[in-house]
Structure formats: C-alpha cells, structure tokens
Design a protein around this ligand. Structure first.
Ligand code: CA
Length: 223
C-alpha cells in the first residue's frame, strides 16, 4: 500500500491510472494543475509521485526540480508523450527516478511503480507478525492465533502501517496523513476512533494492547 500523488491533466487517463493502481491497493490522489501539485507536496505526505510533463501553470520539469531543491526525496515517475532521448535526459536530470513514454500499458506503469516502491528486504515480508497477531499483506487478512479478525479497510490500513514500522512512534496527525486521503473530511478524532476499534477487536481485556499509547507523542506497535 502506498499513497501516490498522480499529477495529470488528462482526466480520462488519470482515472484509468487511478483505477488500475487502486486495484493494487494503493491510495491515489489526482491533481491536474502544476501549481496545486507543488502545494499538495508541501502540505501532504506521499510515497511516490507520478508526474506528467505538460501541465497547466507549472510544468513537470519545474515541479520535479523545485521538489528536489526542497529536499523532497520520494521517487518520481515521469510520464510524457515527449519521447526523444533528450526529453528523457532532461526529465532524469531534473530529478525524476524513471521516465515512461505515452502511450503506455497500465501493466507497465504498475510494474515501474512497484520497482520504485521496492522496500528493503525486511519490509517486503508478506506476513507481518507481532506477538500472536499476523497480518498477511497479500491475502489482506489478520489473524490472532487461529482466529480471523475482521477489520474495516481503514482499520486494516492503519494496522498494516503500524506493523510495518514496529517501535516507531507516530502522532495521530502523521498517521492521518499517511493512511487517509488528503482531502478527506475526517478529523484527528477519526484516527483515535480507529485505534480504539482495532484494539477492541485485537486485544483481550486483561492484556496490554498491541498498539501502545505514548503519552503526548502518539502510538506505536510494541514488538
Ligand atoms: Ca499533460
């Protein structure tokens, strides 16, 4: 699961890409305007950018350069109908990690996204385990011992995110930015509510919760 900013002003293409990548359980936000894209990158947190070149108000090359100048380090996949070697060189020199020429097959786009998101080996584990809780990232299910635990999609995403980063403390705000769509109307209470529900589904009454509250700082998964 990754949170991806898709900067593309051809909305039909943007929707096709969104549908395809959502099928691989990524969270996709579409932005069609170059300047708005810079704003989103400044205030939101993403795992990857798919960036068109020709955009209203600010082109993809400038977005890429400005983002890198501000120390933005997440992978950028540039997509464009410009297909000469010079175009590709310009894109890569501006800080893109990969360059895909339009038209492309969505399968190829998804494969390149997978490569760019490739995580260190310990993060690729299909099964994440903490205590007697096991989360299978391929089957998308959660087990406690022998029992299947039924989580709603956002509860699942939140738990997966925390289990991928054991012993790291995250504030409600940073969990919200990583797990929810940026334009969602939900508030930080939503995060607290989801944590409570995950706990009520996973914990027995008299044991320490799998998700620990670190006072004044946020939450972490004990390991
Ligand atoms: Ca365009």
């Amino acid at each position: 699961m990754a949170k991806i900013l898709l900067v593309e002003d051809e909305l039909d293409l943007a929707m096709l890409i969104k549908n395809w990548l959502s099928g691989e359980s990524h969270l996709i936000e579409i932005e069609s305007d170059g300047r708005e894209a810079m704003y989103r990158l400044a205030v939101n947190s993403y795992d990857l950018i798919i960036l068109d070149l020709m955009l209203p108000n600010l082109d993809g090359i400038k977005i890429c350069r400005q983002f890198r100048e501000k120390q933005g380090s997440i992978p950028i996949l540039m997509v464009s109908a410009k297909n000469t070697i010079d175009d590709k060189e310009t894109g890569l020199n501006a800080g893109a990690d990969d360059y895909l020429t339009k038209p492309f097959h969505l399968k190829e786009l998804a494969a390149r996204v997978r490569v760019l998101l490739r995580r260190p080996p310990q993060m690729q584990n299909q099964k994440l385990t903490v205590g007697d809780i096991t989360l299978d990232t391929l089957a998308c299910n959660v087990m406690k011992g022998e029992n299947v635990i039924h989580l709603l999609p956002k509860e699942y995403r939140l738990l997966e995110f925390l289990m991928r980063h054991p012993n790291q403390v995250f504030s409600s705000e940073s969990l919200f930015m990583r797990v929810w769509e940026s334009d969602t109307a939900a508030s930080l209470d939503t995060v607290r509510g989801h944590i409570m529900r995950i706990r009520s589904k996973l914990d027995h009454n008299n044991e320490n919760s799998i998700i620990q509250t670190v006072r004044g700082l946020g939450y972490k998964i004990r390991n």
